[in-house]
Design a protein around this ligand. Structure first.
Ligand code: ACO
Length: 333
């Protein structure tokens, strides 16, 4: 992947997000498993997370985030010609969540599909959408990162249940001009040798939904936290460094870094290694925990709406997830 030298610049025209109403605090989790607010706060920085209602699906929260982003961009669903949803918790294995969203927002002529890249899903979607727009085939793309992780969490496993939450974030990407902001450079990667350290073993063709697999709790997310932590720091630091160089930026010319929101200790370690001051790193994980593909999308929308990103600012998005997958994207807003 290289710096974006395409003729059609791709700009972010709007952002949006949606968080389910129900809040689950660390104190609530103390009643479910042997944990404490102190442990969760000290080791992760998370204080609370949002949980979908039983009848609220990934496509529902995706649709609300999408409507929010469309309004922010000042365009209608009918204007969208491409929808990509990054998720590991689709409503159904097939059809894709993007198909439900297409119908819900009335984007009748949009091509719609999901991608599975775990926490990096939103950034993979951004890379795909910008390539498809800069090729000249599509004009207005809606990219979404959305998860109902509460549906794949074992609420008896303290190693994982304290870390994750539900939510959705979206962005509208559009063909820009010489006078608009643009995606400057991208750096993405995958390491398929580490599939076992973070996965959901059941529910796919290798381990179908059968009574014995459910009994063994194979339908839940499983993680080797320490291993994931190590890889997360290295991959995010290396990809962020590479994209900063490709885009011709440096610590001074970057206004804001929006990292994946998994653990404050991971974020602090990256900031330290990149020598970027903490005030330039956007953090909201204390409110939402790790929402996987939604995390960077929600954080981007919050930073945007809080006025932390202004026209002309250079920002870096960086994420990491199961796969392993990682991505960093440099944007001139
Ligand atoms: N409450 C209290 N104690 C706990 C809890 C809990 N919820 N969970 C684990 N412990 C205990 C462990 O049993 C262990 O006890 P022991 O020392 O008696 O054996 C102790 O706390 C330390 O546990 P570790 O797992 O070694 O702690 P660590 O410093 O590695 O922190 C954590 C754990 C927070 C999970 C960290 O490893 C981490 O954040 N890893 C990365 C996770 C992550 O980012 N995942 C998502 C990646 S992105 C995606 O695609 C989803």
């Amino acid at each position: 992947m290289s710096a974006n030298t395409s003729k059609i610049p791709v700009t972010i025209a709007g952002t949006g997000c949606y968080l389910p109403e129900r809040i689950m605090t660390n104190e609530d989790l103390e009643k479910l498993v042997d944990t404490s607010d102190e442990w969760i706060t000290n080791l992760t920085g998370i204080k609370e997370r949002r949980i979908c209602a039983d009848d609220e699906n990934t496509s529902d929260i995706s649709t609300k985030a999408a409507e929010n982003a469309l309004e922010n961009a000042g365009i209608k669903g009918a204007d969208i010609d491409l929808i990509i949803v990054g998720t590991v918790t689709p409503d159904t294995t097939t059809p894709s969540t993007a198909c439900y969203v297409q119908h819900n927002i009335g984007a009748k002529s949009a091509l719609a599909f999901d991608i599975s890249a775990a926490c990096t899903g939103f950034l993979y979607a951004m890379e795909l959408a910008q390539r498809m727009i800069s090729d000249g085939h599509y004009k207005n793309a809606l990219i979404i990162g959305a998860e109902k992780l509460s549906s794949v969490i074992n609420w008896e496993d303290r190693n994982t249940c304290v870390l994750f939450g539900d939510g959705a974030g979206a962005a509208v990407l559009t063909a820009g001009s010489e006078n608009t902001g643009r995606i400057l450079a991208t750096e993405l990667g995958t390491d398929g040798s580490q599939t076992s350290i973070l996965n959901i073993p059941g529910g796919g063709s290798a381990c179908p939904i059968r009574a014995e697999n459910v009994q063994d709790k194979l339908n839940f997310l499983s993680m080797q936290g320490r291993e994931v932590f190590k890889h997360a720091v290295n991959a995010m630091k290396n990809s962020a460094e590479a994209v900063i160089e490709k885009a011709g930026l440096n610590a001074d010319s970057i206004k804001l870094v929006v990292p994946h929101q998994a653990n404050i200790r991971i974020i602090d370690a990256i900031a330290d290694r990149l020598t970027i001051p903490n005030e330039k790193i956007f953090v909201n994980l204390h409110k939402y925990g790790n929402t996987s593909a939604a995390a960077v999308a929600i954080a981007l929308d919050e930073a945007h709406r809080e006025g932390k990103i202004q026209r002309g600012d250079n920002i870096i998005l960086v994420g990491f997830g199961a796969g392993l997958t990682w991505a960093a994207i440099a944007i001139e807003w």
